[in-house]
Design a protein around this ligand. Sequence first.
Ligand code: F6P
Length: 325
Amino acid sequence: MMEKRIKKIGVITSGGDCSGMNAALRSVVRCAIYNGIEVVGFYNAYAGLVRNECIKMTRRSVSNIIGHGGTILKTERFDKFKEKKWQKKAVDVLKKNKVDALVVIGGNGSFAAAHILSKNWGITTIGIPATIDNDINGSDYAVGTFTAVNVALEAIDKIRDTATSMERIFVVEVMGRKEGYIASLVGLAGGVEDILLPEKPIHLEEMCRDIINGRKRGKKSWIIVVAEGAGRALDVADAITLKTGFETRVVVLGHVQRGGVPSAFDRSLASRFGAKAIELLLEGKTDKTTAIQANEITSIALATAIKPIKKSNSEIYKLTRILAS
Ligand code: F6P
């Protein structure tokens, strides 16, 4: 059977925003138009889709956004999309707008919804990994992760200045949902003393022993990074003070990691992913996401992409500990 040619696509930016989403959107819009495909954008992710918050996208709609963080299409959390009623509403809105396929720029949760739209409702969907969490199984990187790591790194460098000057222990909490990718990378790059990762058993006793022994050897300051999926920085700091008797300070970096000027890597990855998404649609593919593996742009099934990730970050963790000792 001949594949139906795609004439018009919809695009959303979804889940937690990240730097580089705009660059991905620009690439999707311009590559689609280059290939004679019309584009409509839906504001506010799946929530805006069911409310039909739709705008025609032209090459000019995405002018001068490549270097801006956030997303001009906005995004919103919409847990209700798990209910069939809202999925049907989205399908009706797509049909009403004569949209042949939906491109979803987002992370794990957004891809789960795209997979349902494809599998249960027959909608052609293609994902573009864009999330600070780097939680897309089968893609080495997602758009936005490295910018977030750089933002967190800048903060750690600043904290180091005061930690050294005042000879203090700092516990710094970074985002990443269930993943420890940001924590491990920023830990290594920031030269921190220890990291608590979701994928590793919490080793508070050992950490406190190291601190006490370190102080005996004359070591004065520590930075300990905690991935939000491993626990709360406040609890870790309290436990350190209780076990060692040393004063601690806490910094929760939070949403600051979601903003900032997208790095060159994130802008180029976003641009390459956008082009690949359109290529996949022209080939008649659905229920897939773009991915990067060993610097090759490729594609994987959404069903695979949303599975729990197998990155252990243990090599990075071990190296951080060796270099800090
Ligand atoms: O998924 C991106 C992310 O920033 C996570 O790292 C974090 O746990 C979550 O979103 C925060 O969500 P919200 O912006 O809804 O508070």
